[in-house]
Design a protein around this ligand. Sequence first.
Ligand code: SF4
Length: 225
Amino acid sequence: MDNVDASPEKIDFFVYNIMEWGKKNKRHFVWRERNDEFFVVFISEFFLRKTKSETVDSFLRNVFLKKYRTFCDIAHENVENLKGFLRPLGLHNQRGIALKEIATVLCKKGELPSYEEILELPHCGRYIANAVECFFRKRKRAIVDHNIERVFNRFFSVPKAVEIHKAEYLWNFADKILPSEDFMSYNYYLLDFSALVCRPRKPQCVSCPLSEKCDFYLKKQSPGR
Ligand code: SF4
């Protein structure tokens, strides 16, 4: 982390511009509209790990949430039916088995799981636990996925991790810069920004509000820096 410039000034600049950009450009998804429903938030985060937001949104709105409303609905479903139902989303075999396992645990529990209990669920992990804690319980928690890691890497030169969920330095960094107020919007906007502006290929640097202090952009402008 020696090359990381995380001065208070640079962090303030980053957070301010993410918030301003997000207010004008935020995306609308079913899990944001219904973020007071644990089932909707959890299921969305589970699907979002490997599939684009727009695809998951359409599948949830038009198909999945019309059939399943609780974890017990899924727990009592035949696993082959569940796999078939998930086919349009992709990875249906793997997802069908995993979702049935998770739903069985949560249905049996009969009440909302704690943060620690979500971490212990099969096929879940830190990202889902933190996302549920922030978006559903409205508690201050940072989230880091590959897209957010890319923004941190480009803007602050935070090194890329081999395995994000195990990279303590990355989660500590995300915690350090997470604003105390409106952290939920900030997390939503950061996800939006990483998908629409600081994209994996062809980042929109020329129109990016962060470019004047972005390490990646400044290096590209003067390669000898
Ligand atoms: S200037 Fe380019 S690389 Fe830097 S944050 Fe913006 S889009 Fe990403």
